[in-house]
Design a protein around this ligand. Sequence first.
Ligand code: GAR
Length: 215
Amino acid sequence: MARLKVGVLVSGRGSNLQALLDSAADPAFPAEIALVLSNVPGAFALERATKAGVATAMVDNKAYDGRAPFEEAVHETLTAHGVEFVCLAGFMRLLTDGFVNRWHDRLINIHPSLLPSFKGAHAHRDALAAGVRLSGCTVHYVRPAMDSGPILVQAAVPVLGNDDESALGARVLEQEHRIYPLALRLIAEGRARVENEQVIIEGPGATGALVNPAP
Ligand code: GAR
């Protein structure tokens, strides 16, 4: 069966991209990474893609007069590479309704909190400030409002008494690298669908969409 052709949008170090590249390196994985697109010149994620033999593109938002023309260029680059499905992996630009709606149910994101808690750029700081005992990460379909949309997979981790942002972040990141490939696999196998803005997962191991490692 043909593998789903995926484009990954990145802005930074690309450790989640690496998890996707590593999974897709197995020919039995149902998705292939067809393109890695960065909006930040020199992002380390681009090096990871090149090393994995995956095509890269640079679409620098600073070179465009506003979000709409930037997103038009991103869209054109994705389609020119035959991309059918898009993963945001540390892509630090807010996308307009126009782009999000064009890729409706073909666009997912990973966020380092148990959504809908702690949206935004400081998820770990906010989780620590709130004093929660559990945090985690979420893979979700993207909707126009920031860090919102039907939830595919979540993993929980404990928040420990002496955690700072970096300790909690590292614990969560380890789980991000597990759940992003899992979410993409469920989609590429055709086992995830959105119904009334909730994700239904079918088939064996559907409960695997909840990852809860022992503290
Ligand atoms: C990840 O922790 C990801 O969840 C987060 O940025 C980091 C990117 O790391 N994304 C967001 O906060 C989106 N709201 P990476 O470049 O090593 O994958």
